[in-house]
Design a protein around this ligand. Structure first.
Ligand SMILES: [Zn+2]
Length: 280
């Protein structure tokens, strides 16, 4: 399937009734078909993308969508929420708060970038989750356990993980990718390392990230090590009196051998700058 900008989508069945919808170069989603209804993970970036996702759901099943789960509030995951107001929209309390506080700034940012979504995003009705939780929400959905888990701040203040323990599956949102540098501009760099470490304790073998390919657990060890190495090398550079551009060069040099081939490695400086703003 090709979308208007030519990027391909692919539906991958991970377990009976559990699907990853992988959108090449853009944002992935998840679809869980239960006994009498459907749970969707992330509504994507604009209403037309959300409608494309719902069309894919209809191709899989005629059951209604009962839950939409937002992995976090970022526009490219949650600005399609308005197409799911017939469902209960679930997210972390901070996901709701960030959409309310920062949603308009994210919209302005996309408009200013003048990209494929800059026109449609002007019309988006920002729609925060209507069912929020703090730490953990266990759904018993269509005979399977679906745990929504908050492990602390990381990529945003409101990232949750969707864990299907009996299927060994995890949806990570944007906290971690298989071989890709996450977007760090809104991140909490110190907390992120700890959140990643807790994430490794969840029962899963395979994961679906918000971006990039489906991965296996060892890739999340790499993802944790990347953030940890970025933080420790950048802090060392700051202690040596380096400013953000010089510290970025230091970090690129230190991390390039192990992580230089990752998607988005050129964005390392975002994490260094963010850390600087969060370090005394
Ligand atoms: Zn994000």
């Amino acid at each position: 399937m090709a979308s208007s900008n030519g990027a391909k989508t692919e539906i991958v069945e991970l377990a009976r009734g559990v699907y990853a919808r992988i959108h090449e170069g853009l944002t992935n989603a998840g679809i869980i078909v239960g006994d009498d209804s459907v749970l969707v993970i992330d509504s994507l970036r604009v209403p037309s993308f959300a409608r494309g996702l719902r069309a894919d759901v209809r191709r899989l099943t005629d059951k209604p969508v009962r839950y939409l789960v937002d992995t976090h509030g970022h526009w490219d995951h949650a600005f399609g929420n308005e197409e799911f107001t017939d469902a209960t929209i679930v997210g972390h309390v901070n996901c709701r708060r960030e959409l309310e506080e920062f949603g308009e700034a994210w919209r302005a940012n996309v408009i200013a970038r003048n990209n494929d979504w800059s026109e449609e995003i002007k019309t988006v009705r920002i729609t925060p989750p209507d069912l929020t939780f703090d730490h953990r929400l266990e759904l018993h959905f269509g005979g399977r356990r679906v745990d929504l888990v908050y492990l602390g701040r990381a990529h945003t203040s409101g990232d949750i993980f969707i864990n299907l323990p009996d299927d060994g599956l995890l949806f990570t949102g944007d906290v971690a990718q298989d071989g890709g540098v996450p977007y760090m501009v809104d991140g909490y760099m110190h907390d992120w390392v700890e959140t990643d470490t807790r994430l490794l304790d969840l029962p899963f073998e395979r994961f679906v990230s918000g971006h990039g390919p489906i991965g296996a657990k060892p890739a999340l060890v790499e993802a944790r090590d990347f953030i940890a190495a970025l933080v420790s090398n950048a802090e060392g550079a700051f202690r040596d009196g380096q400013d953000v551009p010089r510290a970025t060069e230091t970090v690129r040099g230190a991390l390039g051998g192990r992580f230089g081939g990752w998607r988005g490695f050129e964005r390392v400086g975002d994490g260094v700058a963010r850390l600087r703003s969060q370090t005394g």
